[in-house]
Design a protein around this ligand. Structure first.
Ligand SMILES: *Cc1c(COP(=O)(O)O)cnc(C)c1O
Length: 366
């Protein structure tokens, strides 16, 4: 059987059926039903954020958050990094904005805050950094830059469920932060996501945009889209949230074993992270000393039915779709994207399998 990079965490079948029984009884399938409202409260409480909105998936959340901040089609530029899932950049471009790619730091693969200011022009309207692999960006410096130049800060926190920085949940930073609840992320609602907002008015604009712009039975305030989370997804979230701490604990053991076995090798560098942050153990990226070694390890693992992934390769600005707009010097992002492999990591991954994966990786490096 193939071992994939991740495996969705799912509740007991009977537990989920019990939860959706209430949907069948009440016949409320979507449009902010009772389970949606319940999940929203549970998450608000968990994240300690004031203005949180659920949505059908993280990507739509990010797109509509940019619009809710008033940036759609304003002709502006948004500083972001190419070392991410293509969704981040697509959300910028699909809002009629121009991405300006800033390079990343080799240490934790988040945006290099010291390179942001040089990219600011009179068209810059926002900074959209990514807490990649759940590694927090330098939120303090980024906010200082944004304040100095009057820019919005929107975080792609898709990977950062439950990560905190300075004892504060990561979703409390920036003007908006999107977290994904996709099946492959740490906490899932099948597909889904949430966005937190600093300003309650922006949050209510977002809420309106996720519901076609409709604000009442006979009123529409804006030309919205449809980004609502339905009751079946909310039910999955309510089941999964009960198990999340135990699942994270299991992934932590996997990560600890990987670190023990791989951290000392001369051809391997593991990701660092900034001080005073907590981990969620969703991704385990490994950086190899040469591109050839990365590719060889990738292939050898595959030959052994272990499907590690090249997250993130290529860098977004190296995709065909971005060749017209992607010409910025992001040498480190390109370099890391050719050197990285993300190893399998999920709560049900046996430690024996982790040892086997490490044996294969170290065997190639010998
Ligand atoms: C998963 C992901 C998204 C999109 O989230 P979905 O919930 O899958 O729509 C955006 N950005 C990053 C970095 C992601 O990994």
């Amino acid at each position: 059987m193939d071992i994939y990079v991740t495996r969705p965490s799912i509740p007991d079948y009977d537990e989920y059926c019990g939860m959706i029984k209430t949907i069948f009884d009440k016949k409320l399938l979507t449009n902010r039903g009772p389970l949606h409202e319940q999940l929203l409260e549970v998450l608000k409480d968990r994240f300690k954020v004031d203005n949180l909105e659920l949505c059908v998936n993280g990507h739509i959340g990010l797109e509509l958050a940019i619009e809710a901040l008033g940036l759609r089609n304003c002709g502006g530029e948004v500083i972001t990094t190419p070392y991410t899932f293509i969704s981040t950049t697509n959300a910028i471009v699909r809002n009629g904005l121009t991405p300006v790619f800033c390079d990343i730091k080799e240490s934790d693969m988040t945006i290099d805050e010291d390179k942001i200011e040089a990219l600011i022009t009179d068209k810059t309207v926002a900074i959209l950094p990514v807490h990649v692999y759940g590694n927090p960006c330098n939120t303090v410096k980024i906010q200082e830059i944004a304040d100095r130049h009057n820019l919005k800060v929107i975080y792609d926190a898709a990977h950062a469920f439950d990560v905190s920085l300075n004892d504060t949940n990561i979703l409390n930073y920036g003007d908006a932060s999107m977290v994904s609840f996709h099946a492959t992320k740490g906490f899932n609602t099948i597909e889904g996501g949430a966005v937190s907002f600093k300003d309650p008015e922006v949050a209510s604009k977002f809420r309106c945009l996720t519901n076609f712009g409709i604000t009442g039975l006979e009123t529409a305030d804006c030309i919205g889209s449809n980004g609502k989370m339905d009751e079946f997804r909310a039910a999955m979230g309510l089941c999964n949230i009960k198990r999340i701490d135990a699942e994270t604990e299991k992934r932590k053991h996997v990560v600890e074993l990987y670190r023990k076995r791989l951290s000392e090798h001369k051809d391997i560098t593991l990701s660092g992270r900034i001080e005073n942050s907590t981990e969620n153990y969703i991704y385990f990226p490994v950086i190899f000393s040469t591109y050839e070694l990365r590719d060889k390890v990738y292939k050898t693992l595959r030959d052994n039915h272990i499907i590690a992934r090249k997250y993130f390769y290529p860098a977004v600005n190296d995709f065909e779709a971005y060749k017209e707009i992607g010409n910025h010097d992001t040498a480190i992002a390109t370099h890391i994207s050719k050197s990285v492999l993300t190893l399998p990591l999920y709560s049900g991954l046996e430690l024996d399998t982790v040892n086997k994966i490490c044996d294969i990786v170290l065997g190639v490096l010998e």
